[in-house]
Design a binder for this molecule. Structure first.
Ligand SMILES: NC(=O)c1ccc[n+]([C@@H]2O[C@H](COP(=O)([O-])OP(=O)(O)OC[C@H]3O[C@@H](n4cnc5c(N)ncnc54)[C@H](O)[C@@H]3O)[C@@H](O)[C@H]2O)c1
Length: 353
């Protein structure tokens, strides 16, 4: 009989509610318990999804002691992923953590070490890796269809209101958000860029918060970079570009150019194949129903979360680490922290650790 994965979710705010919505629909997953410091938030998520009979805890230790769980999903504020994740792993539970895995590399490394020590699995959420257009770009790079890549970029021209930052409390703070437009929002596109094109060697960045001056972190960052394969690149991340548009991932080289933006926007190669036109038709950008988070935090389709969680479970069932395992989810954060260091040094080049 197929394994049943019993889930507890800790942190049931905006994204915890998405997990409440999608987890019961993932094959093999069962939602067993919720935990939030504010139990009314967990209750609201259950009510919204017409679920009942799922106990709510305000202390993760009690949830871990009382419930028989296989997986703990962590959807607390970003700089507060490590504590619940380590408590869960020390209790022998596997952990799925929201992005970013954590906001400092030493905290991520402690999570990775806790998984190793307690012989459990750790995986991050990077749901946009399950967007088919992004996968098509990655496959084209892997097949060598671009030839030498000249340049690749990720653009996250988003918009968030002042209210968004005021309401979140932890949002827009170094302590718990770990940064602004880059660490919170662009982390998705930065993960995609390095996943599609390969490791980033060096970055040079400028950052400011001119449009949201009350926040202590950046609302806009612009970065030039060099990949280890010799290609150059660009990263733009903003929450200050009204009205906020879709993420664009753009790769160009000696034999082709491709753009993922709300679907497959451009896919042109010297060795054109009949299947290229079919892909453009199938992944037509006009079919997108949301800005993927561009205009607001909730303007997203949550089905990709379901696919991400399903892929994690299927890998674990095969005795493997997930595609978004700890060391893999660490990569985007290491690029981001190098970008912040460069911005603090007035744009000086910084090597990615
Ligand atoms: N994958 C995505 O597309 C996506 C989108 C937005 C946010 N996120 C990530 O999800 C995480 C949560 O973001 P959010 O917007 O849902 O935040 P939120 O503020 O809406 O929710 C966080 C919840 O965690 C609870 N909480 C805090 N500390 C806790 C603790 N110690 N124990 C139990 N509950 C605790 C809070 O009461 C709150 O309900 C962040 O890491 C964020 O980066 C992911």
């Amino acid at each position: 009989m197929a394994k049943e994965w019993r889930f507890g979710i800790v942190g049931v705010g905006v994204v915890g509610e998405w997990h409440v919505r999608v987890t019961p629909k993932v094959p093999g997953a069962k939602l067993v318990a919720l935990c939030d410091l504010l139990p009314e938030k967990a209750q609201a998520a259950l009510d919204k999804n017409k679920l009942s009979g799922i106990p709510i805890y305000t202390d993760i230790k009690q949830m871990l002691a009382k419930e028989k769980l296989d997986v703990v999903t962590v959807a607390t504020p970003s700089g507060n992923h490590m504590e619940p994740a380590i408590l869960a792993m020390e209790a022998g539970k596997n952990v799925i953590s929201e992005k970013p895995l954590e906001i400092q590399l030493d905290r991520i490394d402690r999570m990775i070490e806790a998984a190793r020590k307690n012989k459990v699995r750790l995986a991050g959420i990077f749901q946009n890796r399950w967007n088919e257009a992004n996968r098509v770009l990655r496959d084209a790079v892997a097949e060598g269809r671009f030839g030498k890549i000249a340049w690749a970029g990720s653009f996250t021209p988003w918009y968030r209101t002042d209210k968004y930052y005021e309401e979140g409390g932890w949002r827009g703070t170094w302590k718990l958000d770990g940064g602004g437009a880059i660490m919170n929002q662009s982390v998705h596109a930065i993960d995609l860029l390095q996943w599609i094109v390969g490791p980033v060697k060096r970055v040079s960045a400028y950052a400011s918060s001119r449009i949201h001056p009350k926040i202590e972190v950046e609302d806009t960052l612009s970065c030039a970079l060099e990949f280890e394969n010799g290609a150059y690149g660009t990263i733009l991340g903003s929450t200050a570009m009204y009205p906020g548009g879709p993420v664009r991932i753009w790769v160009g080289g000696e034999n082709g150019t491709a753009i993922s933006e709300n679907g497959l926007h451009t896919f042109k190669f010297r060795d054109a194949r009949p299947t290229d036109a079919e892909l453009i038709e199938k992944l037509n950008t006009k079919k997108a129903t949301t800005t993927g988070g561009g205009a607001s935090a909730t303007d997203v389709a949550t089905d990709l979360h379901g696919r991400n969680i399903a892929a994690i479970l299927r890998a674990w069932e095969e005795g493997k680490d997930a595609e978004t395992c700890g060391p893999e989810a660490r990569k985007a954060v290491s690029i981001i922290l190098a970008m912040y260091e460069s911005a603090r040094k007035g744009g000086a080049p910084v090597d990615v650790k």
